[in-house]
Write a protein that binds this ligand. Structure first.
Ligand SMILES: C[S@@+](CC[C@H](N)C(=O)[O-])C[C@H]1O[C@@H](n2cnc3c(N)ncnc32)[C@H](O)[C@@H]1O
Length: 223
């Protein structure tokens, strides 16, 4: 097991199956049926998106939505949609993170495995898409649970926009950048030093002196 200060993993480099897994997922749409609760959550969000005249920004894996509010404050003309599957985390937002000054965002409880596919089908074109500290799934056997090893990676590409992913596990970000490169998008993993932490995980890692990593790129899905 490798302990790089913060992440314990039996993987010491980019996963040996990354390229094969990414190429397979690029060829096939993910066809798992979408449950009713996901359809309902998406419909609610889609109504608000249709009514919004300005740009859309996504904040996937938003947790308690601190970043969603921060991004909304920095983009007052945009509607920012934060997505997280944990109602426990989303429910903390109103009490601990909301403010009367910033109102151009919504938090949606949904699984990105469903939500991204529905957003692609509805032709959403977010100008930016943040993926801040997704669960690392650090065991080698968990590659397919990571964003870039997942069958919905192709939907992340199809949504497009400026994508930024952050993590404290360098292998995750290096794999993400390599998956983007395999899919035809220039991308690289870079060390990252936030001036101000915008999520609880970013704050926790920064205060503990962890090196943070990010990858910023503008993907597209070549058909
Ligand atoms: C490590 S936390 C990071 C939360 C927040 N971005 C932060 O930095 O504080 C990862 C979040 O991803 C959410 N999550 C994991 N898998 C998900 C999925 N398939 N769809 C939506 N949210 C998911 C979890 O509920 C959790 O809130």
């Amino acid at each position: 097991m490798l302990d790089s200060k913060n992440i314990v993993s039996n993987q010491q480099d980019i996963h040996e199956s990354l390229e094969a897994v990414v190429r397979k997922h690029l060829l096939h749409r993910f066809r798992r049926p979408i449950p009713d609760y996901s359809l309902q959550a998406f419909e609610n969000a889609n109504e608000q998106v249709k009514q919004h005249a300005g740009p859309i920004i996504l904040d996937s894996f938003c947790g308690v939505g601190e970043s969603t509010k921060h991004i909304a404050a920095a983009h007052p003309d945009a509607l920012v949609i934060g997505i997280d599957k944990s109602s426990h985390r989303i429910n903390k937002h109103a009490e601990h993170y909301a403010s009367d000054q910033v109102t151009n965002y919504r938090l949606i409880r949904a699984d990105v495995d469903d939500f991204w596919r529905l957003a692609v089908a509805a032709n959403w074109k977010p100008i930016k898409h943040f993926l801040l500290y997704p669960n690392p799934w650090p065991k080698s056997s968990q590659l397919k649970r990571r964003c870039h090893g997942s069958p919905v990676f192709r939907d992340l590409l199809a949504l497009g926009g400026r994508v930024e992913i952050r993590s404290n596990w360098p292998i995750y970000i290096r794999e993400f950048a390599q998956a983007m490169t395999i899919a035809g998008t220039n991308a690289s993993a870079e060390p990252f030093h936030p001036e101000q932490a915008i999520t609880p995980f970013e704050r926790k890692y920064s205060q503990s002196g962890h090196q943070l990593w990010h990858c910023v790129c503008s993907p597209h899905l070549a058909n």
